[in-house]
Each structure stands twice: as C-alpha cells, then as structure tokens.
Ligand binder design. Structure first.
Ligand code: B3K
Ligand code: ZN
Length: 881
C-alpha cells in the first residue's frame, strides 16, 4: 500500500509540465502474477523551457526492469528509481527523445482495484484518477495528452478477448498458444483514460450510424450466459448516442465503442476513451433481477459515461482541481437526457431529493469543499456529491441566467474553442460570458465558495396600494477553512399565485433585478416590490429548484397546502407538500422528545389522499409526493441534538396516520393499479409500479399489513414489486412469519446471483431497530458476502451505515464498533472503498451528546489504527477537525 506522505496539493501551485509525451506505445505481456509492461514514450521538452531540467515520472508500487533512451540502456548513475518515482537527472539536451521503460506488475494481488487488476478471471484497468502510475512510470496528470498505441499479448485460452482504447489494428497468433492485438487511439488523451481488458467474455453486438453517416460497431461484453441481460444497456447506449447529436451536436468519433461489465469495481463506471468499463450492477438487467430504479440508473450511467466522450475526453481537465469541469457538466447532461427520455417534472424532483440527501449534508458538515476545491491530500476523496451534483446545479444555473439559446451557443463555442485541450473552469465560464455579454464573475463564487447558501424571505402585502413586497436576506454558513463568505448571485425562479391558481401578472416591479420570471439576488439584502397586486398572492419561490439553496420563507400552512394543490410549477407544487410534511415530522420529533404523542392535522392527512387520487398528476409524481422525507432528511432539518429513535418513531407515526385516514382510498387505488400484462421498463409503467408500491408501504403499516405485503410478494412478477414487498415485510414486520418466510424464499431463489443478493443484504441492513447490528454482523459471514468486493461491502456495511439511522446510531455504540471493524478490514485491501465508507460518520456532530461521544471515539479509533492509507486518514482527520 502507498505510504502517506501527508502532502497537500494546491490549486495555486499548478505549473505546466516541463516535458510532454506526444506518443505512447505500450506492450503488455499479460500474466496473472507477473505482467510485463514495456512503454515506449516519445518525450518532448515543452516549448519555452530552458535547458534540460530533470524528468520526473510518477509511479506507484512499480518494479523497474529496464530503461533506455533512444535505444541505449541507461547507466545506473543517470537515473534514480523507487517504486513510486523514476527520475532522470539530465535528459538529452536535444529536447526530444525515446524513453523505453519496462516494468513488472502483479495484477493478481491488486485488491485496491486501481491500475491493472483481475476481476472474475478478467484483466481490467481503472486509471482515474492516478491509477496509470500503477502500470508504468509516466507523467500521470491530466494535462499530458498523448496518442496511444497498445499491443496486448496473452494466452489465447486465458484471454481470447483483447481490448484497449481506439480502433483495432493488427491481431494474430504467437508461439506457445499466445496471441496479440494492437489498438490505436488517434485522439490524444490523458493517462487516466487509458484502459485495457483481456479475458473470456460474452459479447452483445450492435451498430450505430452517426448523423454524418459513419457506422460505429457497438459491443457490450459480459460474463458468458449473461448476454440477454445487456439488452437494455445497449438500447440506452444507442439512445444516448442519438440524443447527444440532437441536443448538443456531439457525434461519436471512433469506429468502435465498447463497454465491458466487471464484478469488482470501485465505483459505478469509467469513461475510458472508446472502452468504457462498468460495474456490472449498471449493465445487467431484466425484470427478474433488476428494479425500475436499476433500469433508470443503468440508462443514466450508460449515458453519463458516453457523454464524457466530449465533456471529459475530447475536452479534458487541466488538473484535478477542475474535476467538476467534466463531472458537473456531464451530470447536467445525463440529467437532461433522462428528463427527455422520461418525465422532466419527476426527474427534477428526484434530482433535488438526491442533492439534498447527499450533497447538503456534505456541504453542511466537516467535509464541505467548494465545487472546485483549492486543496486536496487524496484526489479520490473529491469524487463527491459536491463536485458532481452541485457541479451540475451550477451548470443549470448558468443556463437559467444566460437563457437556453445563449447556453447552447456557449456550449458550441466551448467545443469549438477547447476541443483537444485540457481546460479549466475559467475557460468554461468565459464561453458563456462571450456569447451572452454578461459578467459572470460574481456567479463564479458558486465554484469557489463552499456551503449551501441560505435565503430567508419575508412577504408583505398592502392591499390598498396593490403592493406586494418580498424581502430577501442571503447568508452562506462558514465551512472548513472558509469563515467569511461573500454574497452570491442566486437566480430564483418564482411566481405569485393568485386565488384561482393562476400566476398573477403584476404591472411593475421595483428592485430592478427581475427578468423572465427570475429574481436575481446579488446582495446580502434585497427587496423586490411588485405593484398592481390587489389580492394577496401565495408566493412560489425557487421554482424548478433554480438555485441549490435552503429557503426559509414565512408562509402559512394554508398557503403551502394551496400551492401543493395549485402551483403551476410541478416542482414547487411537490416542494410545498414536502415542506408541510417536513415541518410536521420535525414537530412530531419534538413532541416525542417532550414525552408527548405526536398529533397530525387532519387537513394534511387528507391532502395526502387528494394527491394520491389526483388523476391529473402522473403516477410517478404522486409516488414521489407520497414518499415521506427520509430519516436523514428530517434529522438535517432538525439540525442538532438528534435522537434517531425519536426521528424514526415520529416518521412511522405519520405514515400510520396517513394510512389510517386514507385506508379505503389507498386500498382501492392500490387494487386499481394492479397490472397483469407483460413487463415494460418504460417510465410510465415504472411510475404506476412506484405509486402502487408506495401505497403498499402505507397499507403494510396498518394492522394486518403483513398479510397484504406477503400477498404482494407472492403475486410479484418482477423484481420491483418483489423488493417493495420484501422491504415492507422486513422493515415493518420484522421477525413475523411472513417476513422470515419471504426473506428465506428470496435467498433460495437468488442465492447464485450476487447482484440480486446485494438487494437482500440491503433490505436487512436497512431494517430499523437495534437488532440490525447483530443481523449485519451475522450476514458478514454469509457465503454470498465478500469483504473484498465493493458491491457487497456497499450493500451490507454501506447501507447499514448510511441508510439505517436507528441501527447504526444505536445508543450503546455497538453500530459504530461494527463499523470501525469493517472499515479497517476493508482498508487493508481497498483504501478507496474504506474511505468512502468512512464518510458515513460525517454528520456525527449533529447527534445528541451520548451518541456524539461514541461516534467520536469510533473516529479516533480509526485514526489510531496502524499504517492508515492516505485515503482513509484524509477523511477521518477532516471529519474530526
Ligand atoms: N470518472 C469516473 C469516476 C472516477 C473515480 C475515481 N476515483 C466515472 C464518472 O464519473 O463518470
Ligand atoms: Zn463522470
């Protein structure tokens, strides 16, 4: 494992490299324990660099076998080498030379899953961010763009399939049962986009004709026998390719596009040029094995990786501080794609729920960092919800501010101006300034300043003068190493909703910053006065979630309920009801802490019924509206002194009350949504299943609910319904005969399918209550579990730590003890997965004092462990700071 040098990397220290590598020729002789890599690098001194400064190449755990310059072996005195660095003190003065470097690596022992490793007998690579240096010594930084030619040699019986980036060149047989293939990628790329796959896999093939008439061969490679499960992914790929041409004018550029699914993968997928490598969880699906959520994720991730071909690969990042340049933008693009393929209104609500669940706690806790961080110790810890999700929101705000037309022109200019370059956030902002003539310098704070801005709003209406006034105040809370914040440019889409549910047209506005239905806040305080408003409107603010902020607005429950029924903006309509629910759940928590039973307003319970039955709303929308804020959402709203048991009890009480109030209606709707025909994963069918399954969740909370869920389970003809029923049973009727039987039946049916067993682990790991600790501990011994497989670890330990508030935060600290053991066990093999897991304790300071002390002890225990990886040390130290 790499040693922790404690080095901090800073944005302001960026310097271009003295040397460039215009071409890279690699030869791999693949063998499980001893793979030999020969790198022939054309090295060029960068123009303007004086003399011949030392050439220092990055490595990570490498063994050097041979080194030569222009064919001549290098004298030992001419270079110095460690497993982590190769330095040539005085490279040839001519400034251009061939460097030959031969290294030896052991893929079979690579459990960190970075660099070249083996998964299920398949050789594969993961190089982003700094995995290429685990393959050969290199200038392993994203601004070094090189043209790659890769020759792979392997035993034909072991690896009939040999893939790398670009187009296939020569291939043929070698002596002793070996064979080879040569791949050439004409597009210069950074080393993090290099990929190689070799093994024995099944292929699903198809082709795509681009807008300009070129035919692209498409291949998806999966474990033999799983080919039918890749059909949906292939369909999603073709739709993504078409959409990117239509929406962004981006056409694919190579003759082949391949996707390989592997079972051991640190994240979701990787956009290597022409050869995407995927976690098999995001490729394989049919109705028997995947839920509707899985289908939607597959579609989104296939699209995301494909879209990187232009936003990330053709235009890459100058350095890792610019990560959001490719990630935030590509998330924005995949969101737009899914919105177009499915329902825009529903997609937006789902995005905001995800942002709040993952990014808000990050921004509000010890790991907060700007969308473009200024410093890091371990870059892999910055593939965060802030860089991705908030990064996407920032792009969305640019579109809101400059308008859809200028946004499109700006994107065109970005592609035109920066194709083939390693760019920066400044380059990105500049294109929109250039096309729109606007000054985005204050807006740029969204990239530089961490923390979720908070906007408070007071409204007043003067009926006689016909004036309606909104007074805004914005503040950005302090975040680590940033105590003083500047006011941001916040675009707030809004409407003033009149008694008939229509937006009121005002005659005049004072405050000068209202444009096309958007209020632009720029100062700490801001007053907007509308005239010509005779009747008091209900104000609908931050429509479509135009800015990623928290909003505190003085508004009566009546106004909120009115907006929940009438707002013309579907997002705000959902938000109004969600705010009502959240306020109710916070009040329930406070009652319970005060020893009182929570009481719920009948109006709210009836409103839930009205939304469930409103046929003018899409089923998927109704399903989202009716799924209550999660326990972590409620805790975030309460802010401090959290007792997760009380949060849970309050939420369960509201579910029961809504179910009681609407028992008959929910039952009828539930029955009416039954569907007997063939399965389709399309959004409308999925929406009906989602609504029916939310209704099931309510019905299963009523007396007799176990029987309802059990019959849903046995009648289920697809995984979505089966999982919904199993969750209802396990979560609400734990240890009931029905739950025990269904869990056993599920295990018996799916025990040989690891991805499906992950769902079984997840359901049990998220079952609320103190027993969860023992259940998870026992499941870690289950034959389907493996501590070295990231998907298994995330499903069992990750779900327990991040989606089981009552179990994980058990008052006696037993949940934390399990967590510490598991994190350290994973850490021995895979620091990246361990570090990610450890972020589950980031909100420890908001717990009540007893739990808080125990959580701190747990973090201290991890910190005290011997030889911690830089990855885990970085997370734990920042979390404790
Ligand atoms: N770019 C990769 C993520 C790499 C993570 C490295 N720790 C997948 C993606 O965002 O598309
Ligand atoms: Zn990405």
């Amino acid at each position: 494992m790499r040693t922790d040098t404690g080095q901090v990397f800073r944005l302001e220290d960026y310097r271009p490299s003295d040397y460039l590598i215009p071409s890279t020729e690699l030869t791999f002789k693949l063998s499980q324990e001893k793979t030999v890599v020969v790198a022939e690098l054309t090295i060029e001194r960068r123009e303007g660099v004086a003399g011949n400064p030392p050439l220092v190449l990055d490595g990570d755990g490498l063994t050097l076998r041979r080194i030569a310059i222009d064919g001549n072996p290098l004298d030992a005195s001419a270079y110095s080498v460690t497993p982590d660095e190769l330095a040539i003190a005085a490279p040839p003065a001519a400034g251009r030379f061939q460097l030959t470097v031969e290294t030896e690596i052991d893929p079979s022992r690579n459990q960190a899953l970075m660099g070249l490793y083996r998964s299920n007998g398949v050789y594969c690579t993961q190089c982003e961010a700094e995995g290429f240096r685990r393959i050969t010594y290199f200038l392993d930084r994203p601004d070094i763009l090189s043209v790659y030619t890769v020759r792979i040699e392997a035993r034909r019986d072991e690896a009939p399939l040999l893939l790398s980036n670009g187009n296939l060149g020569e291939r043929g047989d070698l002596a002793d049962g070996w064979h080879y293939a040569v791949w050439h990628d004409p597009f210069p790329k950074p080393s993090y986009l290099f990929a190689l796959v070799a093994g024995d896999l099944g292929r699903v093939g198809d082709s795509f004709v681009t807008e300009s008439g070129r035919t692209v061969e498409l291949g998806i490679y999966v474990e033999h026998g799983k080919e039918p499960l890749a059909a949906y992914a292939m369909d999603a790929l073709k739709r993504s390719m078409r959409w990117d041409e239509e929406a962004f004018g981006c056409e694919y550029d190579l003759d082949v596009f391949n996707i390989v699914a592997v079972s051991d993968f640190n994240m979701g997928a990787m956009e290597n040029k022409g050869l995407n490598i995927f976690n098999d969880k995001y490729v394989l699906a049919d109705e028997e094995t995947a839920t509707d959520t899985d289908f939607a994720n597959i579609e989104a991730i296939i699209a995301h990786e494909y879209f990187h071909n232009w936003t990330g690969n053709r235009i890459t990042c100058r350095d890792w501080f610019q990560l959001c340049l490719k990630e935030g933008l590509t998330v924005f693009r995949d969101h737009e794609f899914s919105a177009d393929q499915r329902s825009r209104a529903v997609k937006r609500i789902a995005e905001v729920r995800t942002l709040r669940a993952h990014q808000f706690p990050e921004d509000q806790g010890p790991l907060a960092h700007p969308v473009r961080p200024r410093r890091y110790r371990e870059i892999n810890n910055f593939y965060t919800a802030t860089v991705y999700e908030k990064g996407s929101e920032v792009v969305r705000m640019i579109r809101t501010i400059v308008g859809a037309d200028a946004f499109q022109r700006g994107m065109d200019l970005y592609f035109e101006r920066h194709d083939g370059e390693a760019a920066t956030v400044e380059d990105f902002l500049k294109v929109f300034e250039d096309v729109s003539g606007r000054d985005l310098s204050q807006f740029a704070l969204w990239y530089h300043q961490a923390g979720t801005p908070n906007v408070t709003v007071a409204c007043s209406h003067d009926a006689r003068a016909g004036e309606f006034t909104l007074e805004f105040e914005q503040s950005v809370p302090p975040t680590p190493s940033e105590s003083r914040k500047q006011p941001m440019h916040i675009p707030l889409a809004f409407g003033l909703v009149g008694p008939d549910g229509q937006d009121i047209a005002w005659s005049q506005v004072e405050g000068a910053s209202v444009e096309d239905g958007v209020i632009h806040l720029r100062k700490r305080r801001h007053v907007v006065r509308f005239s010509g408003v005779t009747e008091r409107p209900a104000v609908s603010l931050n429509r479509g979630f135009s800015a990623p902020i928290t909003l505190a607005i003085e508004q009566s429950a009546e106004d909120r309920a009115f907006l929940a029924r009438h707002d013309s903006d579907t997002f705000s309509r959902w938000q109004a009801f969600n705010t009502l629910l959240t306020e109710t759940l916070v009040a329930a928590f406070r009652s319970l802490l005060g020893g009182k039973k929570p009481a719920f307003a009948p109006d709210l319970l009836q409103l839930a019924g009205a939304i469930a039955a409103d046929e003018t709303l899409e089923p998927a929308y109704r399903a989202l509206a009716l799924s209550l804020p999660g326990e972590a959402d409620i805790a975030r709203e309460i802010g401090s002194n959290i007792d997760p048991d009380a949060v849970h009890a309050g939420r369960e009480a509201l579910i029961a009350a809504i179910a009681e109030e609407n028992r008959q209606l929910f039952k009828e709707l539930y029955d009416g949504l039954h569907h007997a025909g063939p399965f389709s994963p399309d959004a409308a069918s999925a929406g009906r299943r989602a609504l029916r399954n939310v209704l099931l969740d309510y019905l299963s909370a009523l007396p007799g609910g176990a029987a309802v869920a059990a019959s849903h389970y046995s009648a289920a003809t697809n995984m979505t319904d089966r999982i919904a029923a199993l969750a209802g049973l396990a979560h609400r009727h734990r240890n009931s005969p029905e739950a025990v039987e269904a869990l056993a039946a599920f295990e018996a049916r799916h025990r040989s399918d690891a991805l499906v067993m992950d769902k079984w682990f997840q359901i049990q790991a998220s079952t609320p209550g103190p027993e969860a600790v023992e259940v998870v501990r026992a499941l870690m011994e289950h034959p389907s579990f493996s501590i070295s497989n990231p998907n298994r670890v995330r499903s069992l330990v990750g779900t327990f730590a991040s989606a089981n508030q009552t179990g994980f935060h058990r008052a006696d600290g037993a949940g934390y003890r399990l967590f510490v053991e598991a994190v350290l066990e994973v850490e021995k093999r895979n620091p990246q997965v361990a570090a990610r897991l450890a972020t589950a304790l980031r909100s420890w300071r908001s717990l009540e004092p007893v739990r808080q002390a125990k959580a701190r002890e747990a973090l201290l225990e991890i910190r005290a462990a011997e030889s911690l990886s830089p990855d885990l040390r970085d997370i734990v130290e920042r979390t404790l700071a």
